[in-house]
Design a protein around this ligand. Sequence first.
Ligand SMILES: Cc1cc2nc3c(=O)[nH]c(=O)nc-3n(C[C@H](O)[C@H](O)[C@H](O)COP(=O)(O)OP(=O)(O)OC[C@H]3O[C@@H](n4cnc5c(N)ncnc54)[C@H](O)[C@@H]3O)c2cc1C
Length: 531
Amino acid sequence: MQQKIVLRLLPSEATDNQTIREKIADTCSKKIADISGYHILKKSIDARGKNVFLNLTVNAFVNEPFAERSLQQFLFKDCNNASRKVIIIGAGPAGLFAALKFLEAGIQPIILERGKDVKSRRRDLALLNREGIVNPESNYCFGEGGAGTYSDGKLYTRSNKRGDINRILNLFVRFGAPDNILFDAHPHIGTNKLPSIITAMRQLITDHGGKVFFEKKVVDIIAEGAAIVAVKTADADSFTADAYILATGHSARDIFELLHKKNILIEAKPFALGVRIEHPQSFIDTVQYHTANRNELLPPASYSLVEQVNGRGVFSFCMCPGGIIAPASTAPGEIVVNGWSPSKRNNPFANSGMVVTINPKDALAATTQPGIKATDPLLFMHFQKMIEQKAFDAGGGNQTAPAQRMIDFSEGNVSTSLPANSYLPGLKAADLKEVLPSFVYQLLAKGFKAFGKKMKGFYTNDANVVATESRTSSPVRIPRDATTLAHSQYNNLYPCGEGAGYAGGIVSAAMDGENVAEKIILKLLHLKSNN
Ligand SMILES: Cc1cc2nc3c(=O)[nH]c(=O)nc-3n(C[C@H](O)[C@H](O)[C@H](O)COP(=O)(O)OP(=O)(O)OC[C@H]3O[C@@H](n4cnc5c(N)ncnc54)[C@H](O)[C@@H]3O)c2cc1C
């Protein structure tokens, strides 16, 4: 018999196989010998009380032989001689997971990626971190695997209605991710493990006849009537296929500009703007686990905060326990920060975005670029760019980011020194009032104080406030038909993923890639939808 059981265990118990079996036996009123094994179905931390517990939901094998966890299986077809081809612009999670879906259907995916392969990309990231040199084609956002490769690899998403999360997680495991992502309440892979997973995906795609081109930046989209007939790349190459997926991410400003110039419909999309804050990890552990000495069996603690200030939400975003603040700019002359952490999350700092949603009125009021109107679809993009350039000026050059201590920020004082931090290009004490629109600054200042009341020790001058967290989502939406998912003007152009405004994060981008691929498969193979 197999039985689903929920156990509430101390950290030391939750990592000990024998203890878990004992607890299962107790719960089912059986002998230990009757329990042949178990699978963990769900694991979460409960740190609300004085003692921290782990809640484990297990599938126990009682008086029946134990069977290993069976992973989802995938059948990829050889597409070398496929009669149908789809061009995928962008090798981020949306593009890659779309490509995998096409292989299952026997359609050849052709991926055009402006950046470099994972390995070559690493050298550009080293230059960016060490010398502050931004390669506009190869950085934390552009290159094989997209913004997902050197990301934190947190796979938690609330978008559970948008697709099959379990399938995405199983695919990650198929390509080398640890199988605990299948049951952890907040699954995380880590920056050190993602590159080999992405490489394995590409290997499978090319082994099955798919094509992956690096340093192939799409610079033009050629339409005839209601269809796209080709895309052109910066090196004067031209590619043709049955359908075209545009999965270029939230930072491909040249693509947004191209679409706008060619009268391919795009819409302005609000995004959230703010800063990244960084505390010593021990502070967060102390607040969350109620002790300065975290039990080493517990992961570094995280938080998720939200506060209404003056009727507007201030909230934390993409928290990275044991992480690093990364320079995520995609062009010289701008500062954008983001965060990542290795699989062990063993850096001494905890960082998180702290942001406020920007509405069109805010963006219009703050944008200094002449000629921008409320109806301009690039309104939020221009606004975003302007803030990032101000941060660059305040940082004083290269990728040095402007920063303030947290209490100094809230009190309006420029810090005379800054605490130790993880940001490799370096921080410079600056007045962030010169960078952020005043209402964003004020909301964050009040928000930090309010968070300090919720989490004792959070509001501290030992935390850095670093500008800017500005690539939280796309500043543009590319409209598409709700049923076919094709662009509202072109029947074989498929806006996809985060850049098109249909995803926010790795898993939701991957699911959107799959959803779009499914629609294309139905159309090209003349199949009927089950939906
Ligand atoms: C440092 C960092 C940490 C992050 N941490 C997390 C996290 O922990 N969890 C999470 O869920 N999300 C995280 N994210 C966000 C996540 O990476 C993105 O949401 C996700 O990658 C979006 O997927 P996408 O495929 O839609 O676009 P992207 O991943 O942005 O991929 C778009 C691709 O298109 C390519 N491209 C752009 N223009 C062109 C062109 N003209 N021609 C050809 N190719 C082009 C780009 O080079 C890029 O490779 C993080 C992002 C960063 C930068």
